[in-house]
Ligand binder design. Structure first.
Ligand code: NAP
Length: 285
């Protein structure tokens, strides 16, 4: 029987854990900041582990949704101490393909399967269980856990071998950088003309230039509300990965580079924990 745990109860992990629990498949949760896990554990009625090691001793399917490459590797190392052979670890964090391969290799020594399964769809998608999930790894392992993944994602696509899920996510993040530049620049242009912003967003969202970011972040950004959402320091981390990958295949990514530099300025100014729509600050007069 599959027993499921999740590590990382941040903006994304909270909604994911809630959907796993609603589907009746969640056994245990862990979060580095204990209070978050205790509050959610009480709400969902699931076991709150005091460490990744304890969680790994209780379950045989482990989801990760943490911040960075080093965090994923640190947790994977901790899991190896207690994880049961035959378990599956599914990493939904956004990290590099290289990290996915490293994690898979560490776990393979314990006879544990690994899928890189980063997601797109924002906090809204995590809360509603309507994420898009791009998966790298053994297709048979994916099919074994697919019913569990379906409690969190409505579109689950197997891309290829380990690391290809993360490579696909890098494609997504490059696109997201360009969309952020286009939407913030265009809305600042509208604002400078004193156009009615809500009407602008309403009508453009329904046309060919409409997109998720405009629909979900357009109104809030023009009101100066940049509550995360997706922290821009995290998208910055992704764009560093994308630029490294771009260099390795000799593809220049000027939009990603510009966006990374803009984020660096915003991070220096103290906006790293704001949503990526805070890029609007650099565009408006
Ligand atoms: P977040 O709100 O900042 O949460 C990060 C989570 O990771 C927190 O639970 C944090 O624990 C935990 N964590 C970080 N480092 C850790 C470590 N060394 N050991 C244990 N736990 C650690 O981030 P998020 O928005 O949920 O994003 C999580 C991942 O999903 C990131 O890789 C991000 O790029 C990706 N993602 C985000 C979005 C989005 O829209 N937000 C969409 C798709 C993908 P604490 O509570 O103790 O800090």
């Amino acid at each position: 029987m599959l027993q499921v745990g999740i590590i990382g109860l941040g903006a994304m992990g909270q909604g994911m854990a809630t959907n796993l629990a609603k589907a009746g498949v969640l056994t245990a949760i862990y979060n580095r900041t204990t209070e978050k896990a205790q509050l959610l554990g009480q709400k969902l009625g699931v076991f709150v582990a005091i460490s990744p090691e304890e969680l790994a001793s209780q379950v045989n399917v482990i989801f990760l949704c943490v911040s960075r490459d080093c965090d994923v590797l640190e947790i994977v190392q901790a899991l190896t101490k207690t994880i049961q052979a035959g378990s599956v670890v599914i990493d939904m964090s956004t990290v590099s393909s290289h990290t996915a391969k490293q994690a898979a290799a560490i776990l393979a020594k314990k006879n544990v399967d690994f899928l890189d399964a980063p997601v797109s769809g924002g906090v809204e998608g995590a809360n509603s269980g309507q994420l898009a999930m791009m998966v790298g790894g053994d297709v048979a392992v994916l099919e074994k856990v697919r019913p569990i993944l379906e409690t969190m994602a409505t579109r689950i696509v197997h891309i290829g071998q380990t690391g290809t899920g993360q490579a696909t996510k890098a494609v997504n993040q490059i696109m997201a950088a360009g969309i952020n530049q286009a939407v913030t620049e265009a809305l600042a242009f509208a604002q400078a003309q004193n156009l009615p912003m809500n009407k602008i967003i309403e009508v453009i969202s329904g046309g060919a230039a409409g997109n998720w970011f405009l629909q979900h972040r357009g109104v809030t950004m023009t009101q100066g509300n940049y509550q995360a959402g997706f922290k821009l320091a995290l998208h910055h981390k992704d764009l560093v990965i994308c630029e490294q990958m771009g260099e390795s295949v000799d593809v220049p990514l000027p939009l990603s580079t510009q966006t990374r530099l803009d984020y660096e300025q915003l991070m220096t100014d103290g906006f790293g924990d704001c949503d990526i729509s805070a890029l609007y600050r650099l565009k408006v007069k």
